[in-house]
Design a binder for this molecule. Structure first.
Ligand SMILES: [Ca+2]
Ligand SMILES: [Ca+2]
Length: 419
């Protein structure tokens, strides 16, 4: 989405102007394929307790974060709650801002009335075919925003509030023959083209909603990979490296993190050359303080956690913490507006809630029996099979085994701010 095409004029001004070996009984290793669910969960819990005790006594429990993270999250949540409008939205250019804001609040407190209000509003925006991001009056549909909104609905367990059979195909309809999704309005070509940001955001929603055929997914992934540079970063389009006006990916770090998040959902491993190269780019970006970009640091935090890079994730989280405004909100230096805004505050809040929380397979901000159960249910499965869940592959090595269970146990009963 870019503000100079489909967004209301007032919202354009908002952003555009300034702009990753324990011994194990055979019964346990084979439990996932044959055991009833309750038995599985019980075994997983018992195992988790043993692993936690073992790791604690051996002194190898990760100590990832310390400090005032809880108060930082709380003040960010307070900002988000206080700025929600009566209809559940966040004002101009609202959908892409409301999606992370609602997710950030949901992770902390679940579906409170205010969170539900935002998701009801977001659902109505997706359902309405005349919403501006579907083309509205100018016919310029942009896949990044509905993709981001759909992802927020899926990850917060609100997907049931939309007619996926209608919205899914509507978003898929924006996929082009080259595999990419529309649409960035290329100022030189004066026409809409596919972009990494539109494609990555659409893929995040469609893959997690299981609303995309493997062939469509593969062509979109191939398109994304074609935009990777030798330094591991990703371009916006084939001819445009980046555009500060493109709010969901205004510079290379956030675009690279976005693509990495998609590649994890598409079951790429940390050792895949495309992934390792991109992770290296993010590592250098972390060393360079993300060029001052808190939105980029937020997405990078999530990507570094998904690919099990604890030390880099720590750097990213600390960067975010150091860039919180006195009112509790956040603002990336790429934005034209002064002061905190819901988009950057929403994504920074999500990053603070999930960053470094290895083993949180369902991204609800806590590692508990649900996550142990998820890893147990996928235990021993192979990528592409029905039991496979890329998020259960905590260390992103293409195998779901004891190591992944240990990582979950390592964080058991924790939230990111209690690490
Ligand atoms: Ca969880
Ligand atoms: Ca693994």
């Amino acid at each position: 989405m870019e503000f100079h095409s489909g967004a209301p004029i007032s919202s354009r001004r908002f952003f555009t102007i300034d702009s990753r070996t324990l011994s194990w009984s055979r019964n346990m290793t084979n439990l996932s394929s044959v055991a009833p669910r309750k038995r599985l969960v019980l075994k997983a819990v018992i195992l988790a307790g043993l692993v936690v005790i073992s790791l604690s006594s051996s002194g190898i429990v990760r100590q990832v974060f310390a400090g005032s993270r809880t108060s930082s999250i709380d003040s960010a949540i307070t900002w988000l709650v206080g700025h929600e409008l009566s209809d559940g939205s966040y004002g101009f250019y609202s959908a892409p801002q409301t999606a992370p804001a609602a997710n950030g609040m949901w992770i902390r407190s679940g579906s409170t009335p205010k969170v539900q209000l935002s998701y009801t509003w977001l659902s109505s925006q997706l359902e309405n075919s005349s919403t501006w991001f579907w083309g509205g009056s100018n016919g310029l549909a942009e896949a990044d925003v509905p993709g981001e909104v759909m992802y927020s609905l899926v990850t917060s367990q609100h997907l049931g509030e939309i007619s996926l059979s209608i919205v899914g195909p509507r978003l898929l309809n924006l996929q082009q023959p080259n595999g990419g999704f529309l649409g960035y309005l290329d100022p030189k070509l004066n026409q809409q083209v596919t972009s990494s940001v539109d494609t990555a955001e659409a893929l995040r929603g469609l893959i997690d909603a299981r609303a995309m055929k493997p062939s469509n997914q593969q062509s979109a992934i191939n398109y994304l990979l074609s935009l990777q540079n030798s330094d591991g970063s990703f371009n916006l389009t084939r001819t445009v490296a980046s555009d500060a006006l493109y709010s969901l990916g205004p510079e290379p770090i956030s675009m690279t993190a976005l693509v990495l998040l998609v590649l994890k959902d598409a079951s790429f491993t940390a050792s895949d050359p495309h992934v390792s190269s991109a992770l290296h780019f993010l590592s250098l970006a972390a060393s360079a303080n993300f060029n001052g970009h808190v939105y980029a640091a937020s997405l990078a935090t999530l990507a570094l956690t998904q690919f099990d890079r604890p030390s880099n994730a720590t750097v990213a989280v600390n960067f975010i913490l150091s860039h919180q405004n006195s009112d509790g909100g956040f603002r990336d230096t790429a934005r034209s507006s002064t002061g905190s805004n819901p988009l950057d505050t929403g994504w920074a809040t999500i990053a603070l809630e999930l960053g470094g929380l290895f083993g949180d397979t369902n991204l609800d901000g806590v590692v508990d029996v649900m996550d142990l159960s998820a890893v147990g249910a996928s235990y021993g499965s192979a990528p592409g099979t029905s039991r496979w869940n890329p998020r259960s592959d905590v260390d992103a090595n293409g195998v779901i085994n004891i190591v992944d269970l240990v990582l979950v146990a390592n964080s058991f009963s924790k939230k990111a701010d209690s690490l």
